[in-house]
Design a protein around this ligand. Structure first.
Ligand code: TEU
Length: 586
C-alpha cells in the first residue's frame, strides 16, 4: 500500500517519466449519497466521505471516483445536473469538497469527478433559457425539433425520431409553450446537450478546467460516446415496443465523437503538468473503437468503461430479462478485450458499479459460497491487464438486497421499466423478478460500516433501506479478520503495487472452453503469474494445461482459501495465484 504526502502524488510506476501512473492504480467508486452521512439527514455527504478516507487508505486504493456531487433535482440521483460549479447542498459545500480533496491527497489518494455532459437537468439555467422561446440564444444548446412532417404537435408518432429512451418511452418530449420537441436519451428531466454547438463545447471545457484548477485529478465521463448524434436524426429499426425503435446506431459512438474528445484533450487536458485520469463510460462501444479512444497517440481518453461482459446475461428482452451466464462467454468476452487492447490502449476492469447488481450476487454464490465466491471473482478480475475499479462495498462482499416490491425501489430506470412493462401487459411477477435480479438499487443500498442500526451509515432515516445482512456483513467485522473479503481485496491491490507483472505483463487465456475453471497467465520478461479459479460450487481438477503453465511449481503468492487444497484440485470457488521468476515455465 502506498501513502504519500499530498505534495508528492508520485506515479506508482517504476518509470514515471514515460509511463501513465494510472496503469498501476486501483480506483474506488464512491456513490456519495449512499457512502457515509455526517449530519443525520439519511443521505451520504462529503463530510461523511472525509471521515471514512481511512477505510480507503487501509484498502490501498489510489484514486477515488465520486459519482455526481453537483446540485441536482435528483430525478436520476445526481446524473441530472442543474449547476456544474457547485456542490449539492444535500452533500455539503465547496469548502467540504476542498477539505475532502486535501485529506484524500494527504492519504496519497487522487480524486476524479463524474462529469455528466451528454445532458443536463431540465432545471439547469441553460435549459430553462433554451426552452423559454424558439428565439432564445440558448435554443441551439439542446436538440429541439418540430413534430414529424405531416403530423400535428402532440399527435401519437409526431416525435421527430422513433428512438426509445434508456429509461423506457420515447426520447422526445413536447414543450407545449414553443410547440417543439426536445431530445433526451434518458429521462425527460435530462435533456441532451447539442455538442454540434461550439458554445456548448466551450462551456463544458470551462467547467472541466474550473474543477481541475481546484485540484481534481481527472474525470469519469458519463455516456461520453453518446454526445455526437447523426444530425439528420434518422429513425432506428423498430424494437417491437409500439412505434419505438433502436436509435443507437445514430448516436452511439457518432460521427464526431473522436473529434470532440481530441478537442477536449487539447483545450482541457494538455499542459496541465501532472497527467490526468480520464475514463469514458461508453455503452455499446466495441473493442476496436475502444482501441481508438484509448490509444495514447490519439490524445483522447485514458480508458473506457465497456458493457459487453455485463450484458452477457441480458435476455432477448434486454437487461430485465436475465438469462444464466455461461462462464465460457465471460472468458471469451474479457479475453477479447484483453487481446484487443494488448498493444494499443488500455482496459478498465470492473464487475459492478452503481448501475449494476452486486457482483457476488450476480456472478458468484452469495448464499452458499459468499466469501469464497466474492474473493475468487475479485482475484480473477484484479489480475487481468488493466486498471481495476472497486465499487463501494464490493470490497466487503456486499450483496443484492431483499427488496419487497417496486415500492421499495427508488431508481428511475426501475420505476419506469416496471410501469411501462406492466402497462404493456407483461406479467407483473415476471417484470418484478427481472428487477429483483438486475435493478440498480441493489448497488445503492447504504454502505455497511458496522452492525449498528442503519449499519453506521446514518443516525437518521436512510434514503434507501439498508441491507439487513449488515448485521454480520460490515467493515468493522472484517477489519480484524485477515481471511475477510476486505483483506483479500487489500492483498490484491498490494500485489498490483508490488509485482510489475500484474501491471505490465501480457495476458494469455487458458482453458477457454472449460465451463467452470477460469485460468490465465501473465508474463513479463522472465516472470510468470498463473491465475486459476474454480468459479463453481463443486470441486474441480486443475486442468493439465494450467498445471503446465505454472499453477504449482511457482510460489503461491495469493489464495482465497486459508488452507489451499492440493495443487491438482480446486475446492468450490477456490482461487490461487502462482508466481514463477527465472526460467520461463513454458
Ligand atoms: O449510465 C448509462 C448507462 O448506459 C446505464 O445507465 C445503463 O445503460 C442503464 O443502467 C440501463 O441499463 C450512466 C450513469 O452511470 C447512470 O447512472 C445514469 O442513469 C445514466 O448514464 C444517465 O446519466
Amino acid at each position: 500500500m502506498t501513502t504519500s504526502p499530498a505534495s508528492s502524488l508520485t506515479p506508482l510506476t517504476p518509470d514515471p517519466s514515460t509511463r501513465s501512473w494510472w496503469r498501476s492504480a486501483v480506483v474506488y467508486q464512491v456513490y456519495p449519497r449512499s457512502f457515509a452521512d455526517s449530519d443525520g439527514d439519511g443521505v451520504g455527504d462529503l463530510r461523511g466521505l472525509t471521515s471514512r478516507l481511512g477505510h480507503l487508505a487501509r484498502l490501498g486504493v489510489d484514486v477515488v471516483w465520486l459519482s455526481p456531487i453537483y446540485p441536482s433535482p435528483g430525478s436520476d440521483n445526481g446524473y441530472d445536473i442543474s449547476d456544474y460549479r457547485a456542490v449539492d447542498p444535500a452533500l455539503g459545500t465547496l469548502a467540504d469538497f476542498d477539505e475532502m480533496l486535501a485529506q484524500a491527497h494527504g492519504h496519497g489518494i487522487r480524486v476524479i469527478l463524474d462529469l455528466v455532459v451528454n445532458h443536463t437537468s431540465d432545471e439547469h439555467p441553460w435549459f430553462v433559457e433554451s426552452r423559454s422561446s424558439r428565439d432564445s440564444p440558448k435554443r441551439g444548446w439542446y436538440w429541439w425539433r418540430p413534430p414529424r412532417p405531416g403530423l400535428a404537435v402532440g399527435e401519437p408518432g409526431a416525435e421527430p425520431t422513433n428512438w426509445e429512451s434508456f429509461f423506457s418511452g420515447p426520447t422526445w418530449t413536447l414543450d407545449e409553450a414553443t410547440g417543439e420537441y426536445y431530445l433526451h436519451l434518458f429521462h425527460a428531466k435530462q435533456p441532451d446537450l447539442n455538442w454540434e454547438n461550439p458554445e456548448v463545447r466551450r462551456e463544458v471545457h470551462a467547467v472541466m478546467r474550473w474543477w481541475l484548477d481546484r485540484g481534481v485529478d481527472g474525470f469519469r465521463m458519463d455516456v461520453i460516446n453518446l454526445i455526437s448524434k447523426d444530425p439528420a436524426l434518422p429513425d432506428g429499426p423498430p424494437n417491437g415496443r409500439g412505434a419505438l425503435g433502436d436509435g443507437f446506431e445514430h448516436y452511439g459512438t457518432g460521427p464526431r465523437v473522436h473529434e470532440f474528445l481530441q478537442e477536449m484533450h487539447r483545450e482541457v487536458f494538455e499542459g496541465r503538468g501532472a497527467e490526468l485520469l480520464t475514463v469514458g463510460e461508453m455503452p455499446g462501444v466495441t473493442v476496436e473503437e475502444a482501441a481508438r479512444f484509448t490509444d495514447p497517440a490519439r490524445r483522447e481518453l485514458s480508458m473506457v468503461f465497456q458493457f459487453e461482459h455485463v450484458s452477457l446475461d441480458h435476455g432477448p428482452a434486454g437487461k430485465f430479462d436475465p438469462v444464466p451466464l455461461d462462464l465460457r462467454d465471460l472468458k471469451a468476452s474479457l479475453g477479447r478485450w484483453q487481446a484487443g487492447l494488448a498493444d494499443r490502449g488500455w482496459n478498465s476492469l470492473y464487475l459492478c458499479n452503481h448501475d449494476q447488481p452486486r457482483a457476488v450476487s450476480r456472478f458468484g454464490d452469495a448464499q452458499r459460497w459468499w466469501r469464497e465466491s466474492a474473493t475468487a471473482l475479485a482475484t480473477v478480475l484484479h489480475l487481468h491487464r488493466g486498471t481495476p475499479f472497486v465499487y463501494q462495498g464490493e470490497e466487503l462482499g456486499m450483496t443484492n438486497a431483499p427488496f419487497a416490491s417496486i415500492a421499495s425501489m427508488r431508481d428511475v430506470e426501475a420505476v419506469r421499466h416496471h410501469a411501462t412493462a406492466v402497462a404493456l401487459g407483461q406479467d407483473p411477477d415476471v417484470v418484478w423478478r427481472g428487477l429483483l435480479a438486475m435493478g440498480r438499487d441493489h448497488a445503492r443500498t447504504p454502505m455497511q460500516w458496522d452492525g449498528s442500526p442503519h449499519a453506521g451509515f446514518t443516525t437518521g432515516e436512510p434514503w434507501l433501506e439498508v441491507n439487513p445482512n449488515h448485521a454480520w456483513l460490515n467493515a468493522a467485522a472484517q477489519y480484524d479478520d485477515e481471511a475477510s473479503v476486505f483483506h483479500h481485496y487489500r492483498r490484491l491491490i498490494e500485489l498490483r503495487h508490488t509485482l510489475p507483472v500484474v501491471v505490465d505483463g501480457d495476458f494469455t487465456m487458458l482453458v477457454a472452453d472449460h465451463p467452470t475453471v477460469y485460468a490465465f497467465v501473465r508474463r513479463l520478461d522472465d516472470e510468470t503469474l498463473t491465475v486459476v479459479a474454480n468459479l463453481s460450487g463443486a470441486p474441480e481438477d486443475v486442468p493439465e494445461e494450467v498445471l503446465e503453465a505454472g499453477a504449482g511449481p511457482g510460489d503461491m503468492v495469493l489464495a482465497n482459501y486459508v488452507e489451499p487444497g492440493p495443487t491438482a484440485t480446486l475446492a468450490p470457488w477456490e482461487a490461487r495465484v502462482y508466481r514463477a521468476a527465472g526460467a520461463a515455465t513454458r
